[in-house]
Design a protein around this ligand. Structure first.
Ligand code: AMP
Ligand code: MG
Length: 403
């Protein structure tokens, strides 16, 4: 059986091997957060475009502004002012943060290190040339690459695009991820379940996870555990880039997902991973679309989505797959788990100034959604460890939606 790392790597390899170029569209900056850039963005001019003062103070010739010297102040320059007149020898000019340093000046002295009486400015200490000035073009030169294709657009990347005047950006479309829950016991959220029925919580958590992974969720409701209903809805799901099913992949008599997919000609790359929860996870390709069959127990569905489906969404988004965001923390309470499978336990990560500590939360197993209320991560217990004493370093998979 594959480890979760091997299974994830297989998903990356298989997704890459058949990948067609993702479609692109032009998006206004305000609507581009989380998309992946499909073009080069270059600096339209030098940055900064002029020698910029980084402080409020006085623009000077450094060799003139020595300790206890006095220079006559000649006017002021504020941000946005046109600055063409050179600084006369023996003078200084008051300057504000973000303003252009005048020709002839080679340093800015912070106002805190000066005394002023009328036009006379006296300096408390010696001045070094270049201090408090960012030279023209030292952040970027005209034509330099500001943003490369394949980059995911976060707030900083959007600011960079804005700075160079790229008001809209060519982005890859988000992959469309069809979500199909399965099970005769499932009812839609607004319905009152019968005494032995349950609501379709996986449909909701999966759509949220798709959105967080920067995919576009396409909810397809649920299918009954019958070949005809499953076939009809899988047919719909295969019109999208990725089909994610929940439930129906275990060994039960009514777990029909794999056999129905097979009847559609699916090729499977794995149908088990050495993890708990989530062991019967299925990954394959069907009519050139990626298909994931995730076990239906809600915590299994969430864990397996985060471990596996995210890699495929990243690749179909036009980006390199982000590594699993595993963190290290100190275990605060000892653990005793069955060996053989890697365990992902609902857990709580707490920080103090110097350390991160994690403890597993009480739970009743992978059907226990309520146990996740206080969970901000999953604690990873490696397959070959069953007793881990308090104080040991462990890995955690953070829930990036709440951390
Ligand atoms: P399965 O993987 O189909 O054997 O389902 C395992 C467990 O998960 C069963 O107890 C199901 O009732 C539950 N389950 C399956 N699908 C869903 C769903 N969409 N929402 C909530 N629970 C589910
Ligand atoms: Mg089922």
């Amino acid at each position: 059986m594959l480890s979760f790392e091997q299974a994830r790597q297989l998903i990356i390899t298989e997704t890459k091997s058949h990948q067609a170029a993702s479609p692109t569209s032009l998006r206004p900056l305000a609507d581009a957060l989380g998309y992946v850039l499909a073009q080069e963005i270059r600096a339209d001019r030098d940055y900064p475009p002029f020698h910029r003062s980084t402080r409020d103070g006085y623009a000077v010739r450094a060799r003139e502004a020595v300790e206890n010297s006095t220079l006559r102040c000649f006017g002021e320059i504020k941000a946005g002012d046109t600055v063409l007149t050179p600084l006369e020898p023996g003078t200084c000019v008051q300057i504000m943060t973000g303003a252009a340093v005048p020709p002839g000046a080679d340093a800015v002295v912070m106002i805190e290190f000066t005394r002023r009486s009328g036009d006379a400015v006296t300096f408390d200490r010696d001045t070094q040339a270049t201090q408090n000035i960012v030279a023209q073009g030292c952040e970027a030169r005209t034509g330099d690459l500001a943003l490369a294709p394949g980059l995911r657009l976060g707030f900083a990347e959007l600011a960079i695009a804005a700075q160079v005047g790229a008001a809209s950006l060519l982005c890859y479309e988000k992959p469309r991820v069809a979500i199909l829950s399965t099970g005769d016991e499932i009812v839609p959220i607004p319905e009152t379940p019968g005494p032995f029925h349950i609501r379709n919580s996986n449909g909701v958590s999966l759509a949220a996870q798709v959105r967080l992974a920067a995919g576009h969720p396409v909810p397809l409701g649920h299918a009954l555990d019958r070949v005809e209903d499953l076939s009809a809805k899988i047919e719909l799901g295969l019109q999208h880039d990725i089909l994610v099913l929940s439930g129906g992949v275990s060994m039960g008599k009514y777990d029909l997902v794999e056999s129905v997919l097979k009847s559609f000609g699916a090729e499977f790359f794995f149908d088990a991973v050495a993890i708990r929860p989530g062991k019967p996870t299925v990954f394959g390709r069907c009519r050139d679309k990626l298909v994931f069959g995730l076990p239906g127990n809600p915590v299994s569905t969430m864990v397996t989505f985060q471990l596996f489906v995210t890699a495929a969404i990243d690749l179909l988004s036009g980006a390199a797959p982000r590594p699993l965001p595993l963190l290290n923390a100190t275990l605060s309470e000892s653990l005793h788990e069955k060996p053989g499978l890697a365990h992902f336990l609902p857990a709580r990560l707490e920080w103090s100034s110097a350390s991160a500590k994690v403890h597993a939360l009480p739970w009743q197993g992978s059907g226990d959604i309520a146990a996740l209320r206080h969970a901000n991560c999953f604690l990873v217990v490696p397959a070959d460890r069953h007793d881990i004493p308090a104080g040991e370093n462990v890995s955690v998979l953070p829930r990036l939606d709440v951390l």
